[in-house]
Design a protein. Structure first.
Length: 291
């Protein structure tokens, strides 16, 4: 098993972390979580995707905090939050549920990017959340099609189990490599955004957390249960997303009928909420008003 030492340190990698004044550390479910909280009003929960952290909300969080009490944690093994030994989707969801109980928070609106949307959907299906709106930003709610569904998790598992992999990845995560990685998602980030990802990818513990999440991810049960999802679902999709094809969200909306709506953002990629936070904030705000 890989070691989870050499994790990002808040005094070092977090020295000028976006929205740092909103940060605190909370003990819940046997983990110490890094949580950011801002604003007042109905609770809105932000959950980032694999390989990211709260920096992903650097532009979106202040905009939403005008109307909501916004809560944004680093997921286990990501950013400045402790890792889970087996970060499967059900365990991630239970851990996040533990955190919300400690925070005494009952979110009315929940927003998940990529794999974060799957965690929120699992919590809703299990009755741990009852929001009036679930928002998926380029949501990863479907298994990879065909053989990819078997090959990609197996590859991630093999990399995760090799204790050298996170350090090799971290050593190679220079500015050019991170820029290529982000460009491969179909998004274009400013220099600050790229440097924040580079800062995380250069810490082996964060890399191990992301690999562990991918290695233990299984969306087949979630996909089977999605028709039971009760909150209205707003799917915000970047038209240039190269990580999750926009067609996946449109097909899911067709499957769920009138309970799901798709908003297509042309010219934006998988990190659309980082590219145009003001546009995404407007869609979330409008969706919450209509829910």
């Amino acid at each position: 098993m890989p070691r989870f030492d050499d994790r990002p340190a808040f005094a070092r990698e977090g020295r000028d972390w976006p929205n740092r004044e909103a940060s605190r550390f909370v003990a819940a479910g046997g983990l110490t979580w890094h949580v950011q909280e801002a604003g007042a009003g109905p609770v809105l929960l932000l959950v980032h995707g694999t390989g990211a952290a709260t920096h992903s909300w650097r532009g979106l969080m202040p905009l939403l905090a005008r109307d909501f009490r916004v809560i944004a944690p680093d997921l286990p093994g990501h950013g400045f939050t402790d890792p889970l030994p087996t970060p499967s989707l059900p365990r991630m969801a239970r851990a996040l549920g533990d955190l919300l109980r400690v925070l005494d928070a009952a979110p009315q609106v929940v927003v998940g990017h990529s794999a974060g949307a799957a965690i929120l959907a699992r919590l809703c299906l299990d009755g741990a959340l009852a929001p009036r709106l679930l928002v998926g930003l380029n949501a990863a709610l479907k298994p990879f099609p065909g053989m990819a569904g078997f090959i990609f998790p197996a590859m991630a598992r093999a990399l995760f189990l090799n204790p050298v992999t996170p350090r090799v990845f971290a050593w190679s995560a220079d500015r050019a490599a991170v820029e290529r990685l982000i460009h491969g998602t179909g998004s274009t980030l400013d220099r600050t955004g790229l440097d924040l990802y580079r800062r995380l990818f250069q810490t082996p513990g964060h890399v191990a957390g992301a690999l562990g999440m991918m290695a233990h991810w299984d969306l087949v049960p979630l996909d089977r249960d999605l028709p039971r999802l009760t909150p209205p679902l707003l799917l915000i999709v970047g038209g240039e997303d190269r990580t999750i094809a926009p067609d996946v969200s449109f097909a899911l909306a067709d499957r769920l009928g009138g309970r799901a709506k798709v908003e297509l953002l042309r010219g934006l990629g998988h990190l659309a909420h980082e590219e145009k936070p003001e546009v995404v904030a407007g869609l979330i705000r409008d969706g919450a008003l209509q829910a």
